[in-house]
Design a protein around this ligand. Structure first.
Ligand SMILES: NC(=O)c1ccc[n+]([C@@H]2O[C@H](COP(=O)([O-])OP(=O)(O)OC[C@H]3O[C@@H](n4cnc5c(N)ncnc54)[C@H](OP(=O)(O)O)[C@@H]3O)[C@@H](O)[C@H]2O)c1
Length: 284
């Protein structure tokens, strides 16, 4: 461990005890012998104001933000990055010149994971994105920034999908966003899909089944699930059975953390150390 006082990094959320960020980030900090410690802060919504009021007097150098505070922290910050503004949520906070700046590395973490773990570029691709919650929104913005050609957003609550598509069509010139209710998808959408993403919580329970006819996808399609508990979801198992390529949810978690690490420390994150720590924890 490095000598002298350590700066504090951490994650705020409610709940937060289940988060794997402390173990992953502390492994990376220890590997590079950096003078930081990363801790969880369990904060209720009504405690945010007081927490941020006293932040500058603490030794805190940066934070991650998880559910339910990704939007609630915004009023307490001095500015937002372009991604955080577009997504409308913050998962990483950095301190620069005594100012708190909100970033969002969720979407970029997902896209980086696709590149590094699946060798996949979304530019020019037809994407079917299931979900219109916080994670889907971050991914939909990142896919627009990467110039995916078309993104069809499917959601159980159709209005959320239509609202998101409408909003993003006005922000991105190179990507066309469409929307549909999850159980009312036009049949031609499936064979046109290059990349299918599950960004809902379906898959966390063994009996969870997405109403998606995987057998109608083309043989070159990539099936991606952002659920990472379990590591191997019913969707990914079924995709593998049909000999489709797959991409796992832990990748988004890993690379959003790696991008945050670089923002806080200015150092290249030790990806292999972070990946091993994360996968060891998830396999327990
Ligand atoms: N890999 C990663 O790093 C990472 C990062 C963030 C999140 N995640 C995972 O992604 C999932 C979604 O997170 P989130 O933050 O976006 O949550 P969220 O904002 O609450 O959104 C949940 C989404 O799941 C849909 N959904 C939930 N239950 C459903 C059901 N029974 N049938 C159909 N749709 C259902 C919701 O549809 P409605 O709008 O109709 O309710 C909504 O689209 C979670 O499992 C989370 O663990 C993974």
């Amino acid at each position: 461990m490095p000598k002298g006082p350590r700066k504090v990094l951490g994650i705020i959320g409610d709940p937060v005890a289940h988060s794997l960020s402390p173990v992953m980030q502390n492994a990376a900090l220890a590997h590079l012998r950096l003078p930081y410690i990363y801790v969880p802060f369990h904060l209720k919504t009504d405690q945010l104001k007081e927490f941020f009021r006293t932040l500058k007097s603490r030794r805190i150098a940066g934070l991650n933000v998880t559910i339910p505070h990704k939007q609630g922290v915004i009023p307490f910050l001095d500015s937002l990055s372009r991604e955080a503004k577009m997504i409308g949520a913050v998962n990483t906070i950095i301190l620069r010149n005594r100012k708190w700046i909100g970033h969002n590395t969720d979407g970029a973490g997902y896209v980086t994971s696709l590149k590094k773990e699946a060798g996949y570029s979304v530019r020019g691709k037809h994407v079917t994105l299931i979900g219109a919650g916080g994670a889907a929104r971050a991914i939909a913005v990142a896919l627009g920034m990467e110039e995916a050609r078309e993104i069809l957003i499917l959601n159980r609550t159709a209005k959320k999908a239509f609202d998101l598509a409408h909003e993003l069509n006005r922000k991105f010139a190179h990507t066309v966003y469409g929307a549909s209710r999850l159980d009312k998808v036009e049949p031609y959408a499936w064979p046109a899909t290059d990349l299918l993403i599950n960004a809902t919580s379906i898959g966390m329970k063994p009996a969870d089944r997405l109403p998606v006819p995987l057998r109608k996808l083309k043989a070159t399609a990539l099936v991606s699930d952002i659920v990472y508990t379990p590591l191997d979801t019913p969707l990914l198992k079924e995709a593998r059975r049909l000999k489709l390529k797959t991409h796992y949810g832990w990748g988004m978690l890993l690379y959003q953390g790696a991008l945050a690490f670089r923002l806080w420390t200015g150092r290249n994150p030790p990806i292999e150390v972070m990946k091993k720590t994360l996968l060891d924890s998830l396999s327990r």
